[in-house]
Design a protein. Structure first.
Length: 204
């Protein structure tokens, strides 16, 4: 779960996802200059225990980073017990039953991305002998009835893609994300598409 100076939203999201039956662990990607306070840690740990509906409570952890960088959300995570990663922003609440359904879909195609936020891109005009792509948001998807990617703000993917993003993807792409403070979700979507030569799956 990616967060940035929105502790009230973080508390709501952690409480919600802790209540979902299939949640094995919740990792909060923390990139603020100040480390998470003991008060916040204790509160969230108590919330996870209180909201969990299973005998084995979800593991809760902050993944604290030294710098503010959007690439942090895709760093490999140690000691994971599952192959599936559900990447989500702190302001996105996916109902537990929808989450369960998306996970079931992902299990049928674990090499691809299965998500809730579709987007569209298409080949644009050539400029100076270079090909450029245009990018469309939700309205492009709605208008055309098609999509070409799902964003990592609410999507399942295999944990192997964390290592591929951090250690195998061309550094120039991560450098662009660092410089522009944007597009890490598009980079992950394209990485998965390049690795699989398969489309993502949008779950409504």
């Amino acid at each position: 779960m990616n967060t940035w100076k929105r502790n009230s939203l973080l508390k709501q999201s952690v409480a919600h996802y802790a209540s979902c039956h299939g949640t094995d662990a919740i990792h909060v990607v923390w990139s603020e200059s100040d480390r998470p306070s003991s008060k916040l840690k204790n509160y969230l740990n108590k919330i996870v225990i209180a909201k969990s509906r299973t005998a084995r409570k979800p593991n809760f952890r902050f993944n604290v980073n030294e710098e503010d960088n959007l690439n942090n959300r895709f760093k490999p995570i140690k000691d994971l017990r599952t192959d599936a990663i559900f990447s989500v922003d702190d302001d996105v609440i996916v109902p537990c039953d929808a989450l369960d359904f998306a996970f079931t879909v992902w299990q049928t195609a674990p090499s691809t991305m299965v998500g809730f936020v579709p987007r569209m891109h298409w080949l644009g005009e050539k400029k100076n002998s270079h090909a450029y792509y245009d990018y469309g948001g939700w309205w492009s998807v709605w208008w055309t009835g098609t999509y070409s990617m799902v964003l990592s703000k609410a999507a399942f993917f295999h944990r192997n893609y964390l290592d591929m993003y951090t250690n195998q993807m061309p550094a120039s792409i991560r450098d662009y994300v660092t410089r522009e403070r944007n597009c890490e979700d598009i980079a992950m979507s394209l990485l998965v598409a390049n690795a699989t030569a398969a489309p993502p799956i949008w779950v409504k």
